[in-house]
Structure formats: C-alpha cells, structure tokens
Ligand binder design. Structure first.
Ligand SMILES: Nc1ncnc2c1ncn2[C@@H]1O[C@H](COP(=O)(O)OP(=O)(O)OP(=O)(O)O)[C@@H](O)[C@H]1O
Ligand SMILES: [Mg+2]
Length: 223
C-alpha cells in the first residue's frame, strides 16, 4: 500500500506577469518502507515536489494523497496535524528558530504534541546526541556551523518518530564523516524501524544506498 501518491500533479508559481511551471504533471507512488532519492538539476522541481509531499504547499492541479487521503482538500489545521503526527521534514534551508537553542529547537516539535517537559527534554537530548551534537545543545543556530545546523534540523525531524521523512539535500552542508554518519542513521531508521524516506540529493554516497531513483527534469519525472 502506498504511503504517498501523486496523481497528475502540477504546480505553478506566479511571479508578476510570468508563471513558472515548477511541476508539469507528476505521477509518483511511494510505498511504505521505501528509500527513494529524487535527482535533478537545480530548478527542476525537487523542493517543490517535497513541499507538496509534506503538505506544506498545495498543488495547482492534480492530487496528493497520504495513506489514501487527499491532502489538498484538508484545512490548515488538518494539514498541520498530519505534519506533526506522521511527517519529518528536513528543509534545504534548515528553518531553525534563531532565538532558541539546539535543544529547544528539537523540543519544539514534541511540545506541539504535549507531554511532560522532562520526557521531552530527554528525548530531544537523545536525538541530538545521536547526530553528534551532545556538546552543542545549548547553542543558538548563529553559533553553529552549517553542518551543525543541518544536524539540529535532522534531529528535529527524527524526534517525533515520523513514519515518513522528507529531506531536501540532507547531507549537502556536511563534512565527509558527518555526512556518512547521517547516511548510516537514515539507513538504520529505514531498515530497522521501517521509516519511509523520500529525499533529494546530489551526494553519490547516498545515491549508492538507494534502491529506487526518481529523476526529475523541468518539472516532469523522466525515470
Ligand atoms: N516560491 C516561488 N516563487 C516563484 N518561483 C518559484 C518558487 N519556488 C520555486 N520556484 C521556481 O520553480 C522552479 C522549481 O524550483 P525548486 O525550488 O523546486 O527547484 P529545485 O530542483 O529544488 O532546485 P535546487 O536544486 O536549486 O534546490 C524553479 O524554476 C524556481 O525558480
Ligand atoms: Mg531545492
């Protein structure tokens, strides 16, 4: 059964007089437990595709369904509920809250759901430790390197134990060793916990690990 399905999805962005057709009729089915890389040149539509998959944006036409449910027709609250309960999103630009520490940024995803603060803090520290940031929990994003910010973003996406992780270039800003540890962590979550991954990447080491590649060219899936 597919966890995520695109049917004839288009996405237009209007910029003044012109319209950019970022996606031009995408059909894609993502099965539970898959580990899929989306490849394509800059501007081909990878981020747009991931934003639609994550209910962050609505398609111009066509249908995006999650577990058989069309997400385009949902209210903003219903979409937020899906994002909080089932999806982990690692943004290309991190989107960390600048005034919060690493620990608080990661705790935030759990606080939305409620629960005891002590438990939330423990869980968030565990995930930060896992991505190698045990010594950087109390730093704010402006005191972290690009790779460290990326790792906070990854910990934040993992901490809610989502069933689907969408990641936009998850290893792009990382040094060799850190990138490898993030790849290992992604693989482990996929293989041991059955977490589904859909991610864009240019990283050959990550591409080598996938069973399925989706190639996108100028808003269309070509393979
Ligand atoms: N908010 C927006 N407003 C207008 N045009 C946009 C917007 N977001 C993306 N686009 C355009 O849509 C097309 C696809 O962009 P998208 O960001 O999905 O590409 P990408 O494959 O992620 O590129 P990159 O590898 O550089 O991240 C591009 O032509 C881009 O300029
Ligand atoms: Mg992009």
């Amino acid at each position: 059964m597919s966890i995520l399905e695109f049917k004839g999805v288009t996405k237009d962005y209007r910029l003044g007089e012109t319209t950019v057709q970022a996606l031009r009729g995408v059909d894609l089915s993502v099965g539970k437990g898959e580990f899929i890389a989306v490849l394509g040149a800059s501007g081909s539509g990878k981020t747009t595709l991931l934003n639609l998959a994550g209910a962050i944006d609505d398609p111009t036409s066509g249908e995006v369904s999650m577990n058989g449910r069309n997400i385009s027709g949902l209210t903003d609250n219903e979409k937020a509920e899906i994002r909080n309960s089932a999806i982990g999103y690692i943004f290309q630009t991190f989107n960390l809250v600048p005034v919060l520490t690493s620990l608080e940024n990661v705790m935030l995803s759990l606080q939305i759901r409620g629960g005891r603060t002590a438990d939330i803090r423990n869980e968030a520290s565990r995930r930060l430790d896992e991505v190698g940031l045990a010594d950087f929990m109390l730093h704010r994003p402006d005191k972290l390197s690009g790779g460290q910010r990326q790792r906070v973003a990854i910990a934040r996406a993992l901490v809610t134990r989502p069933t689907l992780i969408l990641a936009d270039e998850p290893t792009a800003n990382l040094d060799h060793q850190t990138a490898q540890s993030i790849i290992d962590l992604m693989k482990e979550l996929n293989e041991k916990e059955g977490v589904t991954f859909l991610f864009s990447t240019h990283d050959q080491r990550l591409i080598n690990e996938v069973k399925r590649v989706v190639r996108i060219d100028d808003g269309k899936i070509v393979q």
